[in-house]
Design a protein around this ligand. Structure first.
Ligand code: SF4
Length: 326
């Protein structure tokens, strides 16, 4: 591990000032410390923000939810308001990592976590994300778990977060704190596709930190849920996943929010699926037809073409699970 300095801050102004001087924020540390041990990450200054007052879950004035960046995954998953208003978020969190990690890792850290691409974590491999301009060992290597959507010639790694898929589906906003105060960024704009610069992963300005994730109020009744398909049933990342939220009134789907995980370089919103559903009556035939659009635009690699069909089936099954019997 490379030498580094460590500072603990207890107010946001000091944190942002330290961040603007090049400090790297750390809270739960469940990703960053691993990467530092493997010398994949070599920050010179760590700024411990775990003492900042960003650890509450609150209902917003309009009936949405604000989850502080320092709320742990376990706390968010168990929170009564999260469970009752947005079960997809609780389910996505409970299907992530291990119980021990969920007790340490925070919501802010979760959406900031780095890819599980094995070449990214192997410092002897070419990786544009770790070492810009060095190449991408995954493109011609073993890429069974990699992305089929949103890829570029420079990177094909998936974003590993489960709860980020639920946030993308529900059209959350990320609250960012910086030298100019707080600003909100739509979730779809917060995480960046790799394009030509896969090392740049979030739309953050210098010194900014994630303060909270806000989920907007959605029409009620709203049913939601998260399905994760993986090689084993615990402590494993998604091959495919689907977050679905449906508002059905008078026997007609009025709102549909759908996103997929395990397949995109960022959590992948599925507007074509959503549009196919809105205004229709829930039937098995509708779920099947809508799910056919889930992989539109997919560009499979040598070892992950199976994800195209698996994604469609994952979305269809989760649409039926959430939308059935209404
Ligand atoms: Fe690196 Fe991305 Fe290629 Fe993986 S897919 S080796 S993270 S550039």
């Amino acid at each position: 591990m490379h030498p580094f300095s460590y500072t603990h801050v207890s107010d946001t102004r000091a944190a942002i000032a330290a961040g603007r001087r090049g400090g790297r924020y750390i809270a739960g540390g469940t990703t960053l410390v691993d990467l530092m041990r493997e010398t994949v990450e070599r920050p010179e200054r760590l700024v411990d923000i775990s003492g900042l007052p960003l650890d509450e879950v609150t209902v917003t004035e309009r009936g949405g939810l604000r989850i502080g960046a320092l709320v742990t995954m376990a706390e968010a998953a168990a929170h009564p308001k999260v469970r009752s208003l947005y079960p997809a978020i609780s389910q996505a969190l409970e299907l992530s990592a291990s119980a021990q990690l969920r007790n340490m890792a925070t919501i802010g850290g979760n959406i900031m976590q780095r890819t599980r691409c094995t070449y990214f974590r192997d410092v002897t491999a070419a990786c544009n994300k770790r070492e810009p301009g060095s190449g991408c060992a995954a493109r011609d290597g073993f890429n069974r778990t990699h992305a089929i959507l949103g890829t570029s010639d420079h990177c094909v790694a998936t974003h590993p977060s489960d709860v980020a898929v639920a946030f993308a589906a529900l059209e959350a906003r990320v609250h960012l704190l910086g030298a100019d105060g707080e600003r909100r960024v739509p979730f779809a704009e917060f995480l960046l596709r790799p394009a030509r610069s896969p090392h740049r992963e979030q739309a953050l300005r210098k010194g900014e930190l994630v303060a909270a994730v806000e989920i907007p109020a959605l029409p009620r009744p709203l049913r939601s849920g998260y399905l994760k398909v993986r090689d084993r049933q615990s402590y494993e990342f998604a091959l495919t996943s689907a977050a679905v939220a449906l508002h059905v009134r008078g026997g007609v789907i009025r709102e549909a929010k759908v996103a997929a995980g395990g397949v995109g370089t960022v959590p992948w919103k599925l507007p074509a699926v959503e549009q196919h559903l809105v205004g229709e009556r829930p039937t098995d035939a509708l779920w099947a037809a809508a799910a056919q659009k889930a992989a539109d635009g997919a560009r499979p690699l040598a070892h992950n073409a199976f994800k195209v069909e698996l994604l469609k089936r994952t979305v269809e099954r989760q649409l039926r699970t959430v939308g059935g019997n209404q």
